[in-house]
Design a protein around this ligand. Structure first.
Ligand code: NAI
Ligand code: MG
Length: 342
């Protein structure tokens, strides 16, 4: 029987990449039954400042799996980010963001990069504890807890073990934030001892991100606090080809949410040119999570074949490389043609 999944079409390029991805999943024979939910801009604009209505919550709680396209969140004003609300209220504590080079099929300066960023997803400056103290002074609280650190660090080492990864790098700024980031670092040291077969190292986030940008091939698994993880995953994805390429899994005890790492890209919305790859990769992770790894592999192989054939959306297309520029829907059609070919 098909697995019911709460599907949010999102804003901006969301509906375009979701349509493309769902058409691929259907053609691949994924045993899923989408239950479409409404969240994001439309809900905000209707006057519901949470950005999500009770029907959507109900579908999420019943189905426990969310497949979500990016949504537009107001910047610097208005309401609390719905993405943060979802991650926090559903306890989605681990955000997994793999970035793998597909050189020579996708242009990048880093042919051998293959890194998984594991981002703590509930705490840190994302806790949303922010207020105005006086007319001219504003405060945002950085919240780090021992259970939160233990959970994410253990997750990172268990992940490394399960997937045969050799090294876990912890990135913090504990020379400055001695208590909060200091705790993260300390917990990392404690837990790493339990995994002697996996190399453990810690880097200060500023030089760490610089080194990541210069030689990403030196990294394997990275575990880090929420905001740092947000920033370095966009850097990693972009130098690996494009932010449009990468998917993420937001994992909790009961619920899991799968989405692209990028946003709603309002600058290219409505043009039909967005890269659906991030959402396709999120779908592959979702299929593995719900016990349909074989169908996930089929989708992944067809997607790889499509890139190898040189069908590229504008974000990764480069003149001179033997490639053909295609739009979102054409790309999806090529993937569908390639299903089961390899
Ligand atoms: P963005 O990730 O949407 O876009 C950044 C740049 O990358 C843009 O130039 C965009 O055209 C390009 N890009 C992103 N995804 C692409 C794709 N699939 N194919 C081709 N090009 C792509 O970041 P931005 O512009 O800062 O944010 C736009 C909105 O998205 C904001 O409201 C932000 O809050 C929201 N956002 C939502 C997220 C989510 O729902 N999970 C995550 C990140 C941002
Ligand atoms: Mg981000």
């Amino acid at each position: 029987t098909p697995v019911k999944v709460a599907v949010a079409q999102g804003d901006g390029i969301g509906p375009e990449i979701m349509k493309a991805t769902l058409s691929i999943l259907k053609a691949a024979g994924a045993q899923i039954e989408p239950e479409f939910i409404e969240l994001g801009e439309k809900v905000y604009l209707s006057g519901n400042t949470s950005g999500i209505d009770s029907k959507a919550w109900e579908a999420i709680r019943n189905n426990k799996i969310i497949f979500k396209a990016p949504i537009t969140t107001p910047q610097g004003k208005g309401y609390k980010s719905l993405n943060v609300t979802l991650r926090k209220s559903l306890g989605l504590y681990a955000n997994l963001r793999p970035v793998t080079s597909l050189y020579p099929y996708v242009p990048t300066n880093f042919p051998t990069m293959d890194v998984v960023i594991i981002r703590e997803n509930e705490e840190d400056l994302y806790a949303g504890i922010e207020h105005r103290q006086t007319q001219e002074v504003y405060q945002c609280l950085k919240l780090i807890t021992r259970p939160g650190c233990e959970r994410i660090v253990r997750y990172a080492f268990e992940y490394a073990k399960a997937y045969g990864r050799k090294k876990v790098t912890c990135m913090v700024k504990d020379n400055i934030m001695k208590l909060t980031d200091g705790l993260f670092h300390r917990v990392f040291d404690e837990i790493s001892i339990e995994y002697p077969e996996i190399q453990a190292e810690t880097q200060i986030i500023d030089i760490g991100s610089a080194r990541l940008a210069a030689s990403p091939e030196n990294y394997d698994v990275i575990v880090t606090a929420n905001l740092y993880g947000d920033i370095i995953s966009d850097i990693a994805a972009e130098i690996g080809g494009s932010v449009g390429m990468c998917g993420s899994a937001n994992i909790g005890k009961e619920v899991a949410m799968f989405e692209a790492i990028h946003g709603s890209a309002p600058d290219i919305a409505g043009k039909g040119i967005a890269n659906p790859s991030g959402l396709i990769n999120a779908a592959v992770a979702m299929l593995a999570h719900i016990g349909q790894a074989e169908i996930g592999d089929k989708v992944k192989n067809a997607w790889l074949t499509t890139l190898e054939q040189g069908y590229h959306t504008a974000d990764i297309y480069q003149e001179g490389v033997s490639a053909q520029k295609v739009k979102t829907q054409e790309f999806a059609e090529k993937v569908i043609e390639n299903l089961g070919k390899t």
